[in-house]
Design a binder for this molecule. Structure first.
Ligand SMILES: *Cc1c(COP(=O)(O)O)cnc(C)c1O
Length: 412
């Protein structure tokens, strides 16, 4: 096994690390990390782009079951296992109720094995673990990362240990348990789970999947970019709306496009619009600040409810380097956007994903987005994962007697 396929570079100080041993954060930069500040020293995976120039992306892609093996931190595509991760549907709905016609696309990531985009990261981490003879993986999660790791590990004959807040949506807890993970609900926040899981990794030497902390998570999530490149036959949308919590999905998206840019397969990265909930906007609120201001987060969109974003610095760098846009949306806007989406498209998405669509609606209302552009909304997870968030939206607190005349009254 060649060890030169890829290496790591610290996004803060630029020091490089080879990939011979398992490493999480840059040793120097992470020395002064504390739980109240975004971690310094997140590592970015680099490849020998010069040697990869001229690769025939489409041929490579098809040869490796729609994966771009030369640009993945693994050596064997079989390591990814049997579940179908990715290859999710892309839909076009140009005219949604109340909006003017626009080239509007949705990438439905709820079609992943555990119903969220997180599977792209979990399957890459699981494959990486397999290639390093590791059988046990721990993660902290708001819900989806845990259920995703649990499902992927079940399929790969690995053991998942999942720490999540005991307040996580029931469906996500049940999912993790059904997949046979060692499920540990914590009487605390997601941020508490992060700290605890890192301590356990340190003390017991258990391989850690925490988002961004493990650089392989970003490499997994970036596969969405390669897939979009293939879906759109190289002509990428002008705007891509992404829900943002820790900033790992958005960074994965940027990283994938950056890889393609370095290989000169694309000339420009689309304008990526980072959407956060107003009550959990740690990244957007600190884009310009000297030091990070911690605000306790609160939003209906649990998957993007994060106090201290774990991939803050990389996300901030990407947004600034590639001139990304940002918008925050209220919980009301999120719930309403979800309802508009479901009614008009048949796509039922969890609040975090609906936030991305809410961001689009908001910018369109302000006429910042016009009918000439092409927009893509990343629908990151299924509505069934968090259906209780919507219980206020529907009126099921009545029933009729077994009497057809009562039903007829309701239908006129
Ligand atoms: C994790 C998650 C997000 C946010 O991704 P980050 O990498 O934390 O920014 C958005 N939507 C869903 C459904 C998620 O599970």
């Amino acid at each position: 096994m060649s060890q030169n396929k890829f290496w790591y570079q610290c996004v803060d100080c630029g020091i490089e690390y080879d990939a011979k041993s398992i490493i999480y954060l840059c040793i120097e930069c992470s020395k002064h990390n504390s739980a109240n500040n975004p971690p310094k020293g997140v590592l970015k995976v680099h490849y020998d782009y010069n040697n990869l120039k001229g690769i025939d992306l489409i041929t490579e892609y098809k040869a490796h079951n729609n994966n771009l093996l030369p640009l993945l931190p693994i050596y064997n595509i079989q390591s990814l296992g049997t579940l179908q991760v990715g290859n999710t549907p892309l839909y076009q709905f140009n005219k949604l109720s109340g909006s003017t016609s626009i080239n509007l696309f949705f990438k439905d990531e709820s079609h992943n094995p555990t119903y969220s985009l997180k599977d792209r990261a979990s399957s890459m981490v699981s494959a990486f673990a397999k290639e390093h003879n590791i059988n046990q993986i721990i993660t902290a999660s708001t819900g989806n990362a845990g259920s995703s790791l649990a499902g992927i590990c079940a399929s790969q004959n690995q053991e998942a240990i999942v720490l999540l807040p005991k307040s996580a949506p029931k469906a996500k807890l049940i999912q993790s348990a059904m997949y046979g993970a060692k499920l540990i609900p914590v009487n605390g926040t997601y941020d508490d789970c992060l700290t605890l899981s890192k301590q356990i990794s340190d003390e017991l030497g258990i391989y850690n999947r925490n988002t961004a902390y493990n650089p392989i998570t970003i490499e997994g999530k970036k596969t969405i970019s390669f897939e979009l490149y293939s879906n759109f036959k190289g002509k990428l949308p002008d705007y891509i709306f992404v829900p943002v919590g820790d900033g790992c999905i958005i960074s994965g998206l940027y990283k994938g496009f950056e890889d393609l840019l370095k290989l000169k397969l694309i000339e420009k990265i689309p304008t990526i619009v980072a959407v956060q909930a107003k009550g959990s906007a740690g990244i957007i609120n600190n884009l310009e600040t000297e030091s990070f201001t911690l605000v306790a987060s609160k939003t209906v969109a649990d998957s993007i409810q994060v106090d201290v974003p774990q991939n803050f610095y990389m996300t901030r760098n990407f947004i600034s380097q590639y001139k990304g846009a940002t918008i925050t949306v209220s919980d009301m806007e999120i719930l309403e956007a979800s309802s508009i989406l479901s009614r008009n498209t048949g796509l039922f998405t969890e609040p975090a994903s609906a936030a991305a669509f809410a961001g689009f609606i908001n910018l369109q209302k302000q006429s910042i987005i016009d009918s000439k552009v092409t927009c893509l909304i990343l629908l990151t997870g299924s509505g069934l994962k968090d259906s209780s968030s919507y219980s206020q939206q529907i009126k099921t607190n009545y029933s009729v007697e077994v009497d057809i005349s009562e039903i007829k009254k309701l239908l006129v």
